[in-house]
Ligand binder design. Structure first.
Ligand SMILES: [Zn+2]
Ligand SMILES: [Zn+2]
Length: 286
């Protein structure tokens, strides 16, 4: 069988992506994608600039489910959400009954200077403002709280897929805020990986930082090596926000995963989670 790609992390005009879900499907087909998952940002109970509004949720579910039927003979489509884990406000289990799969992501950490949820993967200016004004500049404490929240998510509100594990490094260009090789940082990562292994979550290898910012994947290769040693399953996702981004940086990421020692990716295919062999040209079903 011909090689094919999968991507379960995609955004459309229902949130901060561009173009319709159907435009994503048609682009996915052109890019050799055989299995595609919709994962709009779930609604959150406060105002932000990038989540789907609550009153669009039913329309999103209806439209993507209809596409699943319409394209059934061309591509496998699955309906998911990228769900914010904010204890007491929202988490993956809120949406499980309506979805084929869930991605759980931490985009908010505690409260900001205004008493609103502190967005930690937006602009660096807002991150630094919260770091200084709320946390007295203690980056180590913030990073430990960030990984602590991810551990709490996988233990208490387990998603199928953990989104962009070390995304907080987006603010750490050239190790400007902390050293990603330092003992305390790696110890925090290690504890988090142990929680993932125990919970049986898939950790996505998210290429968005590669094609948008020239960073490594989320998570970085050093973390992928530790994940491989623990047998934590992975999948390659692009976190696309438009049709042109659906498979960006997939070939190089697949090569990197092979170098780390991964031989299979875990994907939802024919309505089941399966471990499928891959190489730089894509996945091959057994
Ligand atoms: Zn995200
Ligand atoms: Zn996303």
């Amino acid at each position: 069988m011909k090689s094919f790609w999968t991507n379960y992390h995609s955004h459309s005009h229902y949130c901060d992506g561009v173009e319709s879900p159907e435009a994503q499907v048609q682009a996915a087909l052109r890019q050799g994608v055989a299995v595609f998952g919709f994962s709009t940002h779930c609604p959150v109970p406060f105002v932000n600039l990038w989540s789907m509004k609550q009153d669009r949720l039913d329309g999103y579910l209806a439209e993507t489910r209809a596409l699943k039927q319409k394209y059934a003979d061309q591509i496998e489509l699955y309906v998911g959400l990228e769900i914010d884990y904010i204890p007491g406000l929202c988490g993956p289990s809120d949406y499980v009954p309506q979805l084929d799969f869930t991605i759980g992501s931490v985009h908010y950490l505690g409260l900001n200077w205004d008493g609103n949820p502190w967005e930690i993967d937006g602009a660096t200016a807002g991150f630094v403002k919260g770091l200084v004004e709320v946390h007295g500049g203690d980056i180590r404490s913030v990073i430990q709280q960030y990984y602590g929240l991810i551990r709490r998510m996988v233990r208490e509100d387990r998603p199928d897929i953990v989104g962009h594990l070390d995304k907080i490094k987006i603010h750490n260009t050239n190790n400007s805020l902390f050293d990603e090789q330092s003992d305390w940082y790696l110890a925090e990562v290690e504890k988090t990986l142990e929680a993932m292994a125990e919970a049986g979550c898939i950790v996505e290898v998210n290429t968005r930082g590669v094609y948008k910012k020239g960073l490594e994947t989320y998570p970085s290769v050093a973390i992928l090596e530790r994940m491989r040693a623990k047998g934590i399953p992975v999948m390659i996702n692009s976190d696309s926000h438009g049709p042109a981004e659906i498979t960006l940086a997939f070939a190089e990421t697949a090569r990197q995963l092979q170098q780390v020692g991964y031989k299979t990716v875990r994907v939802f295919i024919r309505n089941e989670w399966r471990d499928v062999p891959f190489d730089e040209y894509g996945l091959r079903t057994l």
